[in-house]
Design a protein around this ligand. Structure first.
Ligand code: NZQ
Ligand code: ZN
Length: 386
């Protein structure tokens, strides 16, 4: 097991009817900017619950943060923060609203030329403007981590940022919020969380028995509850297990002391930036090809995953590893998620070359758990995913 340090300061408030607890979490004298997305919270009652809980707090609102939070929109919100002397942010939404809020938390205290630098120059935020979240969509884990991914339509870029100052102070997780989520977004959430675990697990054995079993337990739980979540989002038991699994999949715990990959996400983000494909779906497109291409270096963990998650007992390590990739792809298909780029766009020719060049230009020449995934390899993997 590798050495590690672990600190996660986010307070989680989990369970039925917990949104009302906002009133005890937000400082009474705060000037709050309430941030939300395209308006789903106004239809499903979450907005009303939030407003009721904040009756005695000074709140200004900023809605309209789109999925894959857009830099230009966020710059408008930043102006509101400055003009209105906001000192506390509250994100009410899924990963996009929470990530957008993290960017604002960082940008509000940033003194450089342009906040875009935070993304292009890897500027880490050690202390941002304080913020909390009300999660409306289980998927990303953003509610309990310190990372964010921001999109800029103008340049068709999607870049990550983060830093220890960007953990939410608190996150309210009421699993009842999933009742209004469209099936497609539920399937996205299951797929995103599943792949988050794979990115931190599908590497090479390092004798971290507990971390392996943390990861496997999240995968098993997602596989077990997926049919119930999709069939009946009012099933509270399934909803609560789904929501907590998504948070646990990316709150930092399972990656401690083990190698991690994250190349599937790096490639996937480019597909969202270029074609607007939902984040989770880009992962389902890339992951099978990535695991086939890197088969030799990942086969031990693939086989272990095949045995423990998919109950594969026949054959040697290679057989089990191949079967495990097939089972993963079949799982995505069962969720209704297509796993080829050509299922999403007819304009895929040249994509692999374009992404490979972008990685070269950014100096991303050594991705993956062995830092051996070069732009040339990225090009091949993406071609396999056409
Ligand atoms: O905008 P509104 O109207 O709220 O609608 C949203 C949006 O259209 C809707 N929705 C959310 N909660 C709902 C609901 N509809 C009905 N009822 C509810 N309760 O769902 C749509 C998608 O929302 P979005 O926030 O975009 O989804 P998700 O949570 O999957 O977030 C995706 C973003 O997170 C980033 C992705 O790259 C993408 O930009 N990620 C963030 C990560 C992180 N910070 O750690 C890690 C991830 O790997 C990921 O990269
Ligand atoms: Zn993801």
């Amino acid at each position: 097991m590798n050495n590690f340090e672990f600190k996660n300061p986010t307070k989680i408030i989990f369970g039925k009817n917990t949104i009302e607890k906002l009133k005890t979490e937000i400082p009474q004298d705060a000037k709050v900017l309430l941030l939300y997305g395209g308006g789903s919270i106004k239809k499903n009652g979450i907005y009303d619950q939030v407003k009721t809980a904040l009756t005695n707090v000074n709140v200004i609102e900023f809605g309209g943060i789109p999925a894959n939070p857009e830099y230009a929109t966020l710059m408008e919100a930043l102006k509101v923060i400055k003009d209105q002397n906001i000192n506390y942010l509250l994100a009410v939404g899924g990963g996009s609203v929470i990530d957008g809020t993290k960017f604002l938390s960082a940008a509000a205290v940033y003194n450089g030329d342009t906040p875009w630098d935070i993304l292009t120059k890897n500027i880490r935020t050690n202390k941002g403007m304080p913020f909390g979240t009300v999660l409306t969509l289980p998927a990303t884990g953003s509610e309990m981590n310190s990372g964010a991914v921001i999109t800029r339509a103008e340049t068709k870029e999607k870049l990550a940022m983060g830093g220890p100052g960007l953990f939410p102070e608190f996150s309210i997780l009421d699993p009842q919020v999933i009742t209004s989520i469209p099936r497609r977004q539920l399937a996205n959430g299951l797929t995103d969380a599943f792949t988050h675990v794979l990115e931190q697990y599908m590497t090479y054995p390092i004798g971290a028995l507990l971390q392996d079993r943390f990861a496997e337990s999240i995968l098993q739980t997602l596989v077990e509850v997926a049919p119930s979540v999709l069939k009946d989002p009012t099933d509270y038991q399934a909803a609560s297990n789904f929501m907590w699994s998504c948070t646990m999949a990316l709150n930092g715990l399972i990656q401690k002391g083990v190698p991690t990959d994250w190349a599937v996400h790096a490639m996937g983000h480019e597909l969202t930036a270029l074609f607007g494909i939902d984040h989770a779906r880009t992962l389902a497109v890339i992951a099978p090809s990535h695991y086939k291409f890197n088969f030799e270096s990942k086969k031990e963990k693939l086989a272990q995953y095949g045995e423990r998650i998919w109950n594969i007992t026949e054959g040697n390590t290679e057989d089990k590893a191949y079967e495990a990739i097939a089972k993963t792809e079949a799982f995505f298909h069962e969720l209704g998620i297509d796993t080829k780029l050509s299922n999403y766009t007819k304009e895929y020719e040249g994509t692999a070359e374009k992404i490979s060049k972008r990685f070269t230009d950014r100096g991303w020449t050594a991705l993956g758990e062995h830092q051996t995934l070069t732009p040339e390899k990225v090009e091949k993997i993406i071609k396999m995913a056409y």
